[in-house]
Design a protein around this ligand. Structure first.
Ligand code: SF4
Ligand code: SF4
Length: 117
């Protein structure tokens, strides 16, 4: 089991999650296949120790425990696992704190995926 970063993170890489991960298992994609691995961060499920830190730290509410990932983001579970097969194209995410979203921005991001928690 692991924590999963979903597409709610796309283009929102403020890296608050990476800042609190004790085992540096949150990665960014550095390869060329952005169609397969969009611009977001990824958890390496083989390295995640389920510490739970990243979920509450994410201002965009993009992180879920694997079993609690909403159905609408099911494909993102597979995508986080898929990174294990392409490890050479990933680097540990650098912590570069960014924009802190408003509640409106968070809900607009949810709506892009018809997600209503
Ligand atoms: S649950 Fe803990 S170990 Fe796993 S990705 Fe999140 S911060 Fe890292
Ligand atoms: S804190 Fe959330 S939105 Fe920011 S990079 Fe991590 S998973 Fe993505």
């Amino acid at each position: 089991m692991a924590y999963i970063i979903t597409r709610l993170c796309v283009d929102c890489k403020d890296t608050a999650c990476a800042d609190v991960c004790p085992v540096e298992c949150i990665y960014e994609y550095t390869g060329d296949d952005k169609a397969t691995f969009p611009d977001q961060l990824y958890v390496n499920p083989d390295e995640c120790i389920d510490c739970t830190n990243c979920e509450p730290a994410c201002p965009w509410k993009a992180v879920f425990e694997e079993d609690e990932t909403p159905d609408v983001f099911n494909e993102d579970i597979a995508l986080n696992y898929k990174m294990v097969d392409f490890e050479d194209d990933f680097e540990i995410a650098e912590v570069t704190k960014g924009h802190s979203p408003s509640q409106d921005e968070i809900e607009t991001n949810f709506a892009k995926y018809d997600y209503a928690p």
